[in-house]
Design a protein around this ligand. Structure first.
Ligand code: NDP
Ligand code: 8X3
Length: 252
């Protein structure tokens, strides 16, 4: 029987690449995001290309009632979730603490922390009923180091780091693995979102070096998810070769 993966934030970047990677390995996929057109297009492509079942679910992870309503009312054939990938997230702005925008801070907290908590809290009972599962949380190098103008984004990812560690302790009796993946700079829509559609500013983040690609992170998530049952990668930091720390990038 095919396994099932639920990936939040599958309309672009890591989440989309992960959906393609898992579907190619015969996983049925529950894919989520807010942009319905992109989600439906991806669902159709995966279904056509890999002949797997795909369930697109349009919701905002910030909206607690939507998250619980949708997951608690999943059709019976979708209630056995083997892998949950908490990937949906964003940075907004790179402003100094005194200049940063309060709404940006709240959106990052509501998405990166509270959204991850809501989705996990809704899915974990299904995993417990199934006597196991695997939760993969997307942290960041910003979970390990802070940098100028990173303030609340870094704080949200450090929260993801802490939540992943505590989930691992609390869920071990239920045979639920918890992995946190912490990538460095990766060329997705991340910087376009961070700089609010300023494509030039976003592109300049990746000038002079080869950043991680979405597929690199998808390959790593897939590797973590397909290890033998007795093996769990707990915490994994990955950067492109040119990046030695959050702030050390060797640019040519
Ligand atoms: P993208 O912007 O390409 O993708 C982000 C995804 O998250 C989109 O599918 C978006 O879907 C979804 N999303 C954002 N907000 C919400 C929301 N409120 N509700 C539901 N879905 C939401 O960025 P990445 O792929 O790069 O980012 C994925 C994760 O990886 C994030 O958590 C990010 O913080 C983290 N990360 C990124 C790095 C990078 O350099 N790119 C490095 C380290 C970590 P939609 O807009 O359709 O809702
Ligand atoms: C994204 C990587 O360095 O922009 O989490 O914070 S960074």
């Amino acid at each position: 029987m095919n396994k099932t993966v639920l990936i939040t934030g599958a309309t672009s970047g890591f989440g989309k690449a992960m959906a393609e990677k898992f579907a190619a390995a015969d996983y049925n996929c529950i894919i989520t995001g807010r942009r319905e057109n992109l989600l439906v297009e991806l669902a159709n492509n995966l279904n056509r290309q890999f002949a797997v079942e795909v369930l697109p679910l349009v919701f905002d992870v910030q909206v607690k009632d939507s998250v619980f309503n949708i997951i608690e009312n999943l059709p019976s054939e979708w209630r056995s979730i083997d892998v949950l990938i908490n990937n949906a997230g964003l940075a907004l702005g790179r402003d100094s603490f005194e200049n940063a925008n309060l709404d940006d801070w709240e959106t990052m907290i509501d998405t990166n922390i509270k959204g991850l908590l809501y989705v996990s809290k809704a899915v974990i009972p299904l995993m417990i009923a199934n006597k196991g599962g695997h939760i993969i949380n997307l942290g960041s190098i910003a979970a390990k180091e802070v940098y100028q103008g990173g303030n609340v984004y870094c704080a949200t990812k450090q929260a993801v780091d802490a939540i992943s560690k505590s989930m691992r302790i609390d869920l071990v009796p239920h045979r639920i693995k918890v992995t946190a993946i912490h990538p460095g700079a990766a060329d997705t829509e991340f910087s376009i979102v961070r700089f609010k559609g300023d494509d030039q500013k976003a592109a300049s983040v990746y000038d002079g070096y080869i950043p991680l690609h979405a597929n690199d992170v998808a390959d790593i998530a897939f590797y973590c998810a397909t290890l033998p049952p007795h093996v769990c990668i707990n915490d994994l930091v990955v950067t492109c070769t040119a990046q030695a720390s959050a702030t050390t990038l060797f640019k040519s």
